[in-house]
Design a protein around this ligand. Structure first.
Ligand code: HPA
Ligand code: ZN
Length: 341
């Protein structure tokens, strides 16, 4: 790599895709406060600083309690639009050419917000970003795995009216004690309706949950997947079938899936031949967007420009883009690398 370029510059400028980001997890305290005031909603914090101060958690459940409380401020279509637009502006500034974004309808419908309010607000921002920034996007509807399957099925039925706006369904929220097997019927129904499927797995839960997601939910990607490495046969299968893992380093650190960034299994995953990608998960809560994730893991594991190049290429290969579009975006990554040689 050219000597006048720092690794940080290289990361910041490389074209990339983001495949694991929860729109509700991009809710920055400043916007949360602004929307709370706009809607006259009750918020237990007196300032932006107080909101940030409350972001202390040691595991997934502690985090989720705070995350759902924050998401509870979102009420109007405009709120969902503002939230999504703020993320997209950030993403485009970090050279994200394509983003596949999770949303949690049940987090909102469960407190009386209409499904249409949520999806119309998000969709308006996505359509505008495609037009204004030339960015491409996809929307993934997640089911909350700590609720029962009938609630997920009801959500799927509502989502069917917006089939064209949603590329896939996913599974998130509290993993431990909520195995993929619980959602086999709703995922079967979703696939029959033409949705692709993904699922969070092996974040706090065991390798067994990753296997269930593959075999029972027939997912095309695993979100996180850290614990798949505990099962050699499973890892081999993920490698052979080129099933991507959407890894989120800062999330893993903040939720104590790892003790320190130096312990992150990313290098082992790459060496093993897994199709790994880097992502931000819930950037407003975990201390950074996609580039901060690339930089933190690069510093901790001494990743090289070639590793970063590989991860950026993986992000497009693992995406749900059409092959011809993928090829165009991959060509942009190759051109970028050539500029710095
Ligand atoms: N894990 C599971 N569910 C989630 C997460 C996460 O990191 N973020 C938002 N919902
Ligand atoms: Zn996630």
């Amino acid at each position: 790599m050219r000597k006048d370029i720092t690794i940080e510059d290289f990361i910041n400028g490389i074209p990339k895709a983001e495949l694991h980001v929860h729109i509700e997890g991009t809710f920055e305290p400043e916007l949360m406060f602004k929307i709370a005031i706009r809607n006259n909603s009750r918020i237990k914090y007196k300032s932006v600083e107080e909101i940030r101060e409350a972001y202390k958690f040691n595991n997934l459940q502690d985090f989720l309690d705070i995350y759902y409380e924050g998401a509870g401020i979102l009420t109007e279509e405009e709120d969902f639009y503002d939230l999504t637009m703020a993320y997209l502006e950030k993403a485009v500034s970090q050279k994200v050419l394509h983003s596949e974004i999770f949303f949690d309808p049940q987090t909102h419908t469960g407190r009386g917000i209409k499904f249409s309010t949520v999806i119309n607000g998000i969709h308006k921002a996505l359509a505008e970003a495609e037009e204004k920034f030339g960015m491409s996007t996809g929307l993934i509807m997640c089911f909350l795995r700590d609720l029962d399957e009938s609630a997920a099925m009801k959500t799927l039925e509502e989502g069917l009216a917006y089939r064209k706006r949603i590329i896939a369904v996913g599974l998130d929220s509290a993993e431990t004690g909520n195995p993929p097997s619980k959602f086999q019927d709703v995922f079967t129904r979703a696939r029959e309706a033409g949705f692709l499927t993904v699922a969070h797995g092996g974040e706090e839960g065991p390798a067994k949950y990753v296997r269930e997601a593959l075999e029972l939910l027939k997912v095309s990607r695993i979100d996180h997947g850290n614990h798949c490495l505990d099962d050699d046969k499973l890892t081999e299968e993920l490698v052979c079938r080129k099933i991507p893992l959407t890894v989120c380093p800062l999330s893993n650190l903040r939720l104590k899936v790892i003790d320190c960034m130096e312990d992150h299994p990313l290098r082992r995953m790459m060496k093993r031949g897994l199709l790994v990608t880097l992502n931000s998960d819930d950037p407003a809560y975990f201390g950074g967007y996609i580039n901060e994730n690339y930089l933190a893991i690069t510093k901790a594991l001494n990743l090289t420009p070639d590793d970063i190049y590989k991860l950026a290429k993986n992000s497009f290969e693992a995406s749900f883009l059409e092959e011809s579009v993928k090829d165009k975006m991959l060509a942009r990554v190759r051109e970028y690398k050539k500029m710095y040689e």
